[in-house]
Design a protein around this ligand. Structure first.
Ligand code: PMP
Length: 457
């Protein structure tokens, strides 16, 4: 084992990782990248099949992003946003507000997805109290929700495996059924219908559950990942669900917090996923792709109404008492501006559309495998759900480690992604070539066959 691997094993504790398993295997130590390709310390090449946990947009080592960061580096790397302004953060805020559209008018910067949610949560909490709607504001989120790992964001989450251990630390939030069509309790998708496109044919019976919940309490806000719930297993919501729910939330008097940490920046087709259904949230939380996947930075956009609730004379102490050392960091902002320019180039959208078509064509072949229960795609987010029995949709037990073993087999074949339980996500960077996309899906197919058998459905 080389020196770098040894150092890692001796000193580094990895996130969401069973370290007993980790130290048994030799880690992949990545040393450089170019486009969709990553290279390890031994010179092995890999395709970045999940855009480095859903962050990277335009590929690694992109000349435009590199230049923007280098240019900023020659000016200044970081100064505090506490009491001081800076150029790239101001320029970026204007671009974000203009792209998000009304009523979002103000940008509060922070460091990552979790803090973007934390900011929205605290603002919504305090706004709800100050507006007199409720003295003990409650929040509603979806079953399977994941909004980050800080205590507030964890409280909004509803994935028992991640969140139950910490329940003593968390505040209570309510959950409502997620429109997870593959396991729809109203049974709208019949077992023999192995085609996600049939999901659209429902009357959104699950929306009634949201309506019933919202009529029970005066919620401060409902928090949603629009159109795709990432960490829940790339759960893709049926067309129109978001629009209807946002109208119900609005009618109930609650605020809508839209977590676009994963779905933002073109990942689902439009710049922001909510725009696909014309939804206008009160908070828009952005991170991951904000800097093109280069640096940790986040933004919480909100309305003038919320902003105004924190205005007052100094001694009234209505200030929003929250902030981080690296808020509005210049290097991150410079990277974000460069990434933004690339994203808005007309050929970028065209390329993403082409990639969607290539993916559809390639993914079709997966339906033939008995171990594949569902193949979902929204924009450039793909979730392939592995099942023990496709007819009954019986899941593999977590201890079978089906998803982990398939991803290990993929890595051996040169494609990196990380499973979510039994779901294998593919989220290619937007620079991925057609040939690389075909390779990603071919490697996934071969790996499923190797690990779970070549049985046909
Ligand atoms: N919200 C969503 C929808 C996410 O997918 C994630 C991260 N996977 C987060 C919030 C938390 O982001 P971070 O890991 O940057 O804190």
């Amino acid at each position: 084992m080389d020196k770098l691997s040894q150092l890692d094993r001796r000193y580094v504790w990895h996130p969401f990782t069973q370290m007993r398993d980790w130290v048994r295997a030799e880690p992949i130590v990545l040393v450089r990248g170019k486009g969709a390709m990553l290279v390890d310390a031994q010179g092995n090449k890999y395709l970045d099949g999940n855009s480095s946990i859903w962050t990277n947009l335009h590929g690694h080592n992109h000349p435009k992003l590199n230049q923007a960061i280098e240019r900023q580096l020659k000016q200044v790397a970081h100064t505090s946003a506490l009491g001081l302004a800076n150029e790239p953060a101001s320029l970026l805020a204007e671009k974000l507000v203009k792209a998000a559209g009304l009523p979002l008018r103000k940008v509060f910067y922070s460091d990552d997805g979790s803090t973007a949610l934390e900011v929205a949560l605290k603002m919504a909490y305090e706004f709800t109290r100050r507006s007199g709607r409720s003295n003990s504001p409650r929040f509603l989120s979806l079953d399977g929700a994941y909004h980050g790992d800080t205590i507030g964001a964890t409280s909004l989450g509803h994935i028992d495996l991640f969140h139950k251990t910490f329940s003593g630390l968390l505040f209570k939030t309510d959950k409502v059924a997620s429109p997870a069509c593959y396991r729809c309790p109203f049974n709208r998708v019949k077992p023999e219908r192995r085609d996600a496109r049939l999901y659209a044919k429902c009357n959104h019976e699950c929306v009634n559950k949201v309506e019933a919940k919202l009529s029970k309490h005066k919620y401060a806000a409902m928090v949603v990942e629009p159109r795709v719930q990432g960490a829940a297993g790339m759960i893709m919501h049926p067309e129109g669900w978001l629009k209807r729910v946002s109208e119900i939330v609005r009618a109930s008097g609650a605020l809508l917090i839209s977590d676009e940490v994963m779905t933002g920046f073109g990942r689902t087709g439009e710049i922001f996923a909510g725009q696909k259904e014309g939804v206008r949230p009160d908070f828009l939380c952005l991170a991951k792709g904000l800097t093109g996947g280069y640096l940790p930075m986040a933004a919480t956009l909100t309305t003038k109404l919320i902003y105004d609730a924190f205005l007052g004379e100094y001694e009234e102490f209505k200030t929003f008492f929250h902030g981080h050392s690296y808020t509005g960091n210049q290097l991150g902002s410079a990277a974000a501006l460069a990434s933004w320019n690339l994203l808005l180039q007309p050929n970028n959208k065209k390329r993403r559309k082409t990639m969607e078509r290539v993916l559809d064509h390639e993914l079709d072949s997966l339906w033939a495998l008995a171990a594949v229960g569902d193949v979902r795609r929204e924009g450039l987010v793909v979730g392939v759900e592995l099942v023990a029995d496709w007819k009954t949709r019986r899941a593999f037990a977590l201890k079978d480690r089906a998803g982990i073993r398939v991803c290990e087999a993929m890595a051996r074949r040169g494609v990196l992604t990380r499973p979510i339980g039994n779901v294998i996500p593919l989220l290619p960077p937007y620079c991925t070539t057609d040939a690389q996309l075909r390779r990603m899906v071919r490697v996934l197919r071969e790996s499923i066959r190797e690990v779970l058998g070549a049985g046909q459905a």
